[in-house]
Structures are given as structure tokens and as C-alpha cells.
Design a protein around this ligand. Structure first.
Ligand code: PSU
Ligand code: MN
Length: 303
């Protein structure tokens, strides 16, 4: 086992016994939502995973240790410290471990640590992708590179239109990452069920999803798969409300000259401010929905 990795005993037992485990990220806690809703949501997501028969493993870096599975106290610590914690992508891992510091795991580092621990399924809200204007800024999330090289199934609600969804799908296609729609042919757009872009394949059951991923693994294919699970209709947002809010957030981001790793957290917070908390509620609901699909799919994978 990797000498920097600590697997929570409950998680380790489940992995060794071939029981279902679902990985969860910690950047969504520290940078994706405000305190205390972030902590409440993180704990509820873990509860939903348990209710659906799997063991949750929230992933983070604490004091230079890669943690697969956090205690409720550690989740509280992350939520309270919030954006003060370094947002950790692949390039940050060695430095944080060398210095013994904390790091909030993005989709990228959560996939890496989940894979080190032997966890195959990971649920989150949304992934990073190709930003609008990337043809000039070259701002393309490391999440896409990780999907191209690490064999973990990532279940999300699609990507927000803070990104260029069409270019994100093109990039994934170039890197051989299959994009699956859970019960849909349309790539979901996080707050709304449809982005107007097609997924590669539609899958209608947890069983079918598990069979597909198993085949992917048995073929020895490098890289993960991306599952877009649409937000439930009753929680989805009006495109005429959310789209102008996103446009406004991007304009402000450009005006302030915000760049690099600060871009996504800035846009997420700004969209939430503009929509007065409605988007936060949708965000929480879609994460719950993804956690359930992930737990049930992880259970199928273990059969
Ligand atoms: N998109 C969301 N919510 C999030 C993120 C993205 O809707 O919380 C976070 C995830 O941790 C994701 C990261 O991996 O932002 C991507 O950051 P960047 O664009 O800097 O790669
Ligand atoms: Mn970026």
C-alpha cells in the first residue's frame, strides 16, 4: 500500500470483504458550498450512501496524509476552514505530503486516492472541464486528464455551463473517456436536465452500468468513465434564471482578472450569490441523487 495513504478502518474492512464503497470529494465541502450547509450536506450524503447499502469514503489530505474516509469531526474541520484549505489537484499532491499540509481533493485527486485505496465508484456534484474561452486561456480542468488515465467511475450531474459543455465532451472523446447518460441521451447541465449535447450511451439501470464498467475494467482499458445523472425534475432550475446568472458570473470573473485554480470556486460562489441560494438547494439535491445511484451501482459491481 502507498506509504502516504490512510484508509479508514470501516472502509478498509469493506474493501477487503468485497463490499460496496463510494468515494466522495472534499473540495465540494471546502470550496463548493458555504458553511454550515457544506458540512450538513457532506454528512447527509454519507448517510444516503449507507441507506443504499454502501460505505462512504470522503477523501481529503490531512497533515500530509492521504485519507480515504473521514470521521464526522474531520468533515466538520474541512467545512469550517473552507477555502483556507489548499485546493489540491494532481500537481499539488507531492508538495502537500512533503510539507505535511491539508488539501481539499478535487475530482482529480479524489480519483487518484480512491484508485490507490481500491475504490471504483465516486459520486460528486459536477466535474471540471473545458472553460468557455479556453481557446485563448487554455483553462482545461485536470479532471479531464484524470478521467483519461485513472480507472474510476465518476457519477455527476453533468457540468455547469460555466464551462463549454460541447468542448468538454470533445476533449473527453479525444481521450477515450466514455460518457454515459443515466436514463437519458442528453448530457445533463448540472442545474438543468439537458445541455443540448448528446452523451455517448444511455444506460437505464444500475445493473447495466455496473456491467459496462466491469467490462471496461476487464478489457484493461486505461482511464475512467463519466456518468451524467440528471438532477431530479422537481429540483431543476429554470434555464432563464440560471443561464443569465452564469453569464454574469463569467463576465465578473473576466473583469476582475481571476485566473487559474481560483476561477471555478469564484464562479460557483458568484452564481450562488446571484441566484440567492436557490442554486445551492438544487446543488445539494443533485448530490444526494448522485450518491444514491453510486451506492446502488457499487453494490451491483460487487455481485
Ligand atoms: N464544479 C462544481 N462543483 C465543484 C467543482 C466543480 O459544480 O465543487 C470543484 C470540483 O472539486 C472539481 C473542481 O474537481 O472544482 C474543478 O476545479 P478546476 O476547474 O480548477 O479544475
Ligand atoms: Mn482551471
Amino acid at each position: 500500500m502507498n506509504k502516504y495513504l490512510d484508509i479508514k478502518p470501516e472502509v478498509k474492512e469493506a474493501i477487503e470483504a468485497g463490499k460496496p464503497v463510494v468515494a466522495l470529494e472534499s473540495t465540494i465541502i471546502s470550496h463548493g458550498m458555504p458553511y454550515p450547509q457544506n458540512v450538513e450536506t457532506a454528512l447527509q450524503v454519507e448517510q444516503i450512501i449507507r441507506e443504499n447499502g454502501a460505505v462512504p469514503a470522503t477523501i481529503a489530505i490531512i497533515g500530509g496524509r492521504l485519507k480515504a474516509g473521514l470521521t464526522p469531526e474531520e468533515i466538520e474541520y474541512f467545512g469550517k476552514k473552507g477555502p483556507e484549505i489548499t485546493k489540491a489537484s494532481r500537481r499539488d499532491l507531492a508538495m502537500l505530503c512533503a510539507k505535511g499540509e491539508d488539501g481539499a481533493c478535487t475530482v482529480t485527486t479524489t480519483m487518484m486516492i480512491a484508485h490507490m485505496a481500491g475504490i471504483k465508484v465516486f459520486a460528486t456534484g459536477g466535474i471540471g472541464g473545458v472553460h468557455r474561452g479556453a481557446e485563448v486561456t487554455m483553462d482545461i480542468s485536470a479532471d479531464l486528464e484524470e478521467l483519461a488515465q485513472t480507472p474510476v467511475m465518476v457519477i455527476c450531474a453533468g457540468c455547469k455551463s460555466i464551462l463549454d459543455i460541447g468542448l468538454t465532451l470533445e476533449y473527453l472523446e479525444t481521450h477515450g473517456v466514455p460518457v454515459i447518460g443515466f436514463g437519458t441521451e442528453d448530457m445533463p447541465a448540472f442545474y438543468t436536465q439537458k445541455s443540448g449535447f448528446k452523451v455517448d450511451y444511455k444506460v437505464d439501470s444500475h445493473e447495466e452500468l455496473a456491467k459496462f464498467f466491469n467490462t471496461h475494467l476487464e478489457l484493461g482499458l486505461k482511464g475512467g468513465i463519466l456518468v451524467g445523472n440528471p438532477i431530479p425534475d422537481e429540483y431543476s432550475m429554470d434555464p432563464d434564471v440560471i443561464n443569465p446568472a452564469i453569464d454574469e458570473a463569467i463576465e465578473e470573473c473576466n473583469r476582475l482578472g481571476i485566473r487559474g485554480k481560483a476561477t471555478t470556486p469564484f464562479l460557483l460562489a458568484k452564481v450562488k450569490d446571484i441566484t440567492g441560494g436557490d442554486s445551492l438547494d438544487s446543488n445539494i439535491r443533485l448530490v444526494f441523487n448522485n450518491a444514491k445511484v453510486a451506492a446502488l451501482t457499487a453494490a451491483e459491481l460487487c455481485k
